[in-house]
Design a protein around this ligand. Structure first.
Ligand code: GUN
Length: 623
């Protein structure tokens, strides 16, 4: 086992979709792939064997140090042989502190510092402070006291936290400013792991709308390098929404608790065993029993069987969620899941109210097409981005005429070039500037009603005899202004540029200024890819950090040869960088060394400490 100090948890970002991520973090007993769950193990009662749980895919677990410490036998064994030997599991183990017991049963007899020290002594991989559980019923003052006292308790073990993984729960009840404050306190502290606490009553009551508020206000005020855990959030119904909002980890005793009550978990809800006639084919019980046979098992055997089914349902859902993030269709999954329960629809509509905030973490484009279902799709982060583009652009141009229904393709260009007006067209409920016609998500979408019922558009715009302007050039400038900063379009693409188009499709391919290529237009997402020459021009024209990532001298030497930028070498970054947009990589002297694809937003760039931040497309050193 390596030194604990060497192993302080930090998230490595591997795949993303908005705030959702697939990541990995290292602990002294191995790594954890996220999103993931820590099944709750009661050290006194074993329902499923560790072997069986490992076969289901269990990578880590959580147990309670309070229960261990209260039992002289367990305590002695844990102190002597270590927690991992006590539990019989050699992977990552997190311990909780007894906070939940004090919420359920009243005060616990142990103090904060010795509770943490005990967890360290038994070699827990992640130890939890004795935080103050704030309930949804708390007054503001009570919740504020819980946040402040939880902070004091973290400060009390600050010296321990410098060398070990301490979990610092985010409290604050249903008060969003307090959740934000608590998240900032814990992010700025040496706690390396951040659970969202005090939410079990909300989860039990299906109050998913309030949970959305809590999760997002906690996440957006947290350090992206620290895993976010939802305490008690192990029901497969809500997991995809939680992950969409940035939750990485769950824990759950529900697989046993529900089994005890003869209840079975399914991806979209819970069923009573008594009501079940057919077992689902995916259930691990399917090959062994039929529903009638399970009902006739003895109490203990039935509990074990149902616990196995329930845990399997959770792992199955997590597998689906991870696959969705890899293919970047988690949003669509959540959208369809919202239809399975009214409380989930309430939550989904609540998520949409945060689309404006989530937009800045949303990729420029995605691997998968954008599904436009109905007016709710207009309020997704991509919908909000399109609306914002329209709004920002409207400040520059006084009016945009809505193109009459039925006009598209080359007619758009003809009208545009024979007019001095500005135009837009409907994309569902959103009016999109025509310059965006080829770009994600407009072109790369599958829509139910691209043109809303009854839409006619305007026909009052003026047409001129001759050609007034070049549609392709204006399109390039529009995209550049959006991608690389207001005003960059005219700098990168002056009037005399040469635009090469594809002979087959007529679409823009490369843009040259004299002999130098400034940018190319990517076929798959309809956005611009910068060249080194283009980057040099922008770097000279725009002072400051606009769309730039500044790296250390040491990193610059590698990046200038085409090697990726890693987070730990970033000195500064434009906070407005959109993930997947092209960024300019500069050295400490502000010289361009490369151009590449940002794998994270500007806000994240300065927070992650591990993993790849920019993949390089062009670099100054040609080998
Ligand atoms: N388990 C469920 N909720 C909580 C919480 O808020 N704090 C701790 N420490 N454990 C929990």
């Amino acid at each position: 086992m390596k030194d604990l100090a060497e192993e302080k948890i930090t998230m490595e970002l591997l795949h993303r979709e908005g705030l959702a991520r697939i990541g990995r973090f290292q602990t002294p007993h191995g790594y954890v792939d996220t999103p993931n769950i820590m099944p709750v193990i009661n050290p006194n009662i074993r329902t499923l064997s560790i072997e069986k749980m490992k076969r289901m895919g269990m990578q880590c677990l959580i147990t309670n140090s309070y229960i261990i410490r209260r039992s002289p036998e367990l305590k002695e064994k844990a102190l002597k042989e270590g927690l991992h030997s006590l539990v019989g599991f050699d992977g990552p183990i997190m311990t909780d502190s007894g906070t939940f017991q004090s919420y359920v049963y009243g005060d616990v007899e142990f103090k904060n510092r010795d509770t943490v020290q005990f967890q360290i002594d038994i070699k827990s991989d992640i130890s939890t402070i004795l935080d103050i559980f704030s309930t949804p019923e708390n007054t503001y003052e009570e919740a504020e006291n819980a946040v402040n006292e939880t902070k004091n308790r973290l400060m009390e073990v600050q010296d321990i936290a410098e060398h070990a993984n301490i979990s610092g729960p985010i409290q604050g009840s249903i008060y969003m400013d307090l959740r934000g404050k608590s998240a900032r306190i814990m992010s700025d502290s040496p706690a390396s792991y951040l659970p969202i606490g005090g939410v079990v009553p909300l989860l039990e009551q299906y109050r998913y709308g309030e949970l959305v508020d809590i999760i997002i206000n906690s996440k957006l005020n947290s350090d992206f390098s620290k895993p976010i855990h939802l305490f008690g959030g192990g029901h497969p119904m809500f997991m995809s929404m939680a992950v969409l909002l940035g939750v990485d980890m769950f824990d759950s005793a529900s697989y046993v608790k529900y089994a005890r009550d003869d209840r079975m978990l399914f991806p979209e809800g819970t069923r009573d065993l008594s009501e079940i006639v057919e077992l689902p084919i995916w259930s691990p019980l399917y090959d062994k029993y039929n529903a009638r046979e399970i009902k006739s098992l003895g109490k203990e055997e039935r509990k074990e069987a149902l616990a196995e089914h329930n845990l399997f349902a959770i792992y199955m859902e997590l597998g689906e969620i991870r696959e969705r993030i890899r293919e970047q269709t988690l949003w669509q999954y959540v959208e369809s899941k919202a239809r399975s329960h009214p409380s989930l629809m309430v939550a989904f509509k609540k998520i949409l109210t945060y689309s404006g905030k989530i937009e800045r973490y949303t990729e420029l484009y995605r691997k998968s097409p954008f599904f436009y279902f109905d007016e709710l799709s207009s309020s997704t982060p991509y919908g909000e981005r399109l609306k914002k583009m329209g709004r920002d652009n409207c400040r520059k141009v006084p009016k945009r005429y809505c193109l009459p229904a039925g006009i598209d393709g080359k007619f758009t260009g003809q009208i545009y070039e024979h007019s001095r007006e500005n135009f837009c067209f409907p994309f569902g409920q959103i009016m999109v500037p025509v310059e965006m016609e080829e770009s994600y998500p407009v072109q790369q979408s599958i829509a139910t009603d691209r043109i809303p019922d009854g839409y006619e558009g305007d026909s009052t715009y003026n047409l001129e005899q001759g050609k007034t302007r070049d549609f392709n050039l204006e399109k390039l400038r529009f995209l550049s202004d959006f991608q690389f900063g207001e005003g960059s379009g005219r700098i990168l693409f002056p009037d005399n540029v040469r635009i090469d188009v594809s002979k087959k499709t007529g679409r823009i391919r490369t843009v040259r200024n004299g002999e130098k290529i400034m940018a190319t237009m990517r076929a798959h997402d309809g956005y611009l890819a910068l060249t080194i020459d283009g980057a040099m021009i922008l770097n000279d024209a725009f002072p400051g950090m606009k769309n730039r990532v500044k790296v250390s001298e040491e990193s610059a030497a590698f990046n200038s040869q085409g090697k990726s930028v890693f987070f730990q070498f970033i000195l500064d970054a434009d906070p407005d960088i959109i993930p997947y947009n092209d960024v300019i990589v500069i050295d400490p002297e502000n010289r361009v060394v490369a151009v590449g694809k940002a794998l994270a937003s500007g806000i994240e760039m300065l927070q992650y400490k591990k993993g790849m931040a920019v993949t390089i497309n062009h670099h100054i050193t040609v080998s």
